[in-house]
Design a protein around this ligand. Structure first.
Ligand code: BV8
Ligand code: ZN
Length: 245
């Protein structure tokens, strides 16, 4: 743990803090990542499954894939990494989570506010008019239709689709305003989300990366922990708490 390289004396509890996360923070809950050797994309072609074209070509296959992922996500629990962020948020009252994940694990751990850049796998919306499916209605792996006649699809952002504008603007603003930016469990390859750690650092934030593998951001991170989030975040919380509480 090279927490020694964190200048704790430069920080205070009043700092604005962003916890930016990718699929890696959910890995220790048992949810596959995308680009790890056993990840989702190793089995399926993302352009086939996570794109509007893919859905139009084979809606049943895409709905089955998302229903399977939603079932896994419902059965899993937040892990030590998510819970450490809940503790961090008691120390840093001006903090938020910005996630690329669609599994709701941050919210289920009590992290808040949580900005979901890529939507949420537990919601469906109409492919035609955008209306949300009634949340009471159980999401099945079969085709279902909106009153307008459009087909329901997962309420997630697919490749080639724009991110929700308000959420992306809020995420950018929080990233350039914060003093400490944690980049946790993301391969930092998917844009525009991957831009956020760079923007944060360009605007003076101290950026702490946590990832067992190097990423395109690792060389310029202020500190990069080459270890799992569930191991590092609880230890970092103890260090920050001892230094700032
Ligand atoms: C868009 C859907 C405008 C939901 C996903 C600029 C430059 C280059 C390309 C582009 C660009 N702008 C747009 C693009 C195209 C594209 C893109 O970025 N392509 C990539 C391949 C280069 N972006 C888009 O299409 C975006 N839309 O920009 O709209 C537009 C419109 C038209 C044309 C162009 C642009 C939309 C992007 C969102 C796509 N949707 N998912 C779902 O099904 O989940 S992407 C998918 O990747 C997930 O959302 C995922 O969250 C996201 C990012 O991946 P990661 O979260 O980082 O996960 P990954 O597996 O990659 O990495 C996991 C990491 O965890 C690893 O590093 C691993 O080492 C680490 N790890 C493992 N275990 C642990 C751990 N870390 C810590 N602890 C552990 N225990
Ligand atoms: Zn509709």
């Amino acid at each position: 743990m090279n927490a020694l390289r964190i200048p704790f004396d430069k920080f205070s509890k009043e700092n604005r803090v962003v916890f930016f996360s990718g699929a890696g923070i959910s890995a220790e809950s048992g949810i596959s990542t995308f680009r790890d050797p056993d990840g989702y994309w190793a089995k399926y072609d993302p352009m086939k499954l996570a794109s509007p074209e893919g859905f139009q070509q084979n809606p049943k296959l895409v709905l089955r894939w998302y229903a399977e992922r939603a079932k896994v996500a419902r059965k899993t629990k937040p892990n030590l990494g998510h819970h450490a962020i809940t503790n961090f948020q008691k120390l840093f009252s001006r903090s938020m989570v910005i996630t690329q994940n669609v599994d709701s694990l941050h919210a289920r751990a009590g992290n808040e506010p949580v900005l979901e850049l890529h939507g949420n796998i537990h919601r469906q919306k109409c492919f035609k008019c955008g209306d949300l499916m009634n949340p009471e209605q159980k999401i099945e792996a079969t085709l279902s239709y909106c009153n307008c006649g459009g087909m329901f699809r997962p309420d997630v952002v697919w490749f080639g689709e724009n991110l929700p504008r308000r959420i992306l603007l809020e995420a950018y603003q929080a990233s350039i305003d914060c003093q400490i930016f944690f980049s946790i469990g993301t391969s930092t390859q998917i844009y525009p989300a991957a831009q956020l750690p760079f923007e944060a650092q360009n605007h003076g934030a101290f950026v702490i990366e946590i990832n067992p593998e190097p990423t395109p951001f690792s060389n310029q991170a202020d500190v990069s922990f080459r270890a799992p989030a569930g191991e590092v975040l609880p230890k970092l919380y103890e260090e920050f708490h001892a230094a700032l509480a």
